[in-house]
Design a protein around this ligand. Sequence first.
Ligand code: GRF
Length: 208
Amino acid sequence: MKRIAVFVSGGGSNLQALLEGCESGYIKGKITAVISSKQGVYALERAKNYNVPCYVFDKNKYADLDLMYKEISSLLKKQSIDLIVLAGYMSILNADIVKQYANRIINIHPSLIPSFCGKGYYGLKVHQAVLSYGCKVTGATVHFVDEGTDTGAIILQQAVNVEQGDTAEVLQKRVLITEHKLLPQAVKLFCDGNIKLCGRLTQIINQE
Ligand code: GRF
């Protein structure tokens, strides 16, 4: 059973999909910690409903950010975390944590990487940019986290149609539905040891 820490900053609908995936046995893993960058977000309520211990590390409360990351790192070590999942986490992990957990950090991004990703592409901004460009297709990507922003090896992607008349909010909701399938699927693959990494390419093995 892999031990999973999920990092959140908002509503936590992706966290919910993971909690359900673990509870049903679809994911052979256990979420042992939810770490939020903000107090009072709904994701924390979701974690509490499943009796998962929650921790808040708000960078505004730290004069020294290195100290915050050291505290996060020692929590992860103490909990013997095997996998970190960034599920709507609005901060960037520091280089030390990325190095310590190389190929063991997964992020979900609400576009088809390498389009509409990187610095400045978060939340509704992603979907607004897709609409302003006039794309007919967008989607979701689950990838490993490296030292860049949204640059790590891609694990899974799923396309989502842009419909005529979509607003960013409507498109965001449609993409989220896909995220809720794709993220648990990627976490399951990781926990089953079915993701093989060759450089920046991934291969899914033992595909059912
Ligand atoms: C998702 O769209 C995710 O791709 C992005 O932030 C959003 C988080 O939504 N990184 P939620 O908090 O899981 O509902």
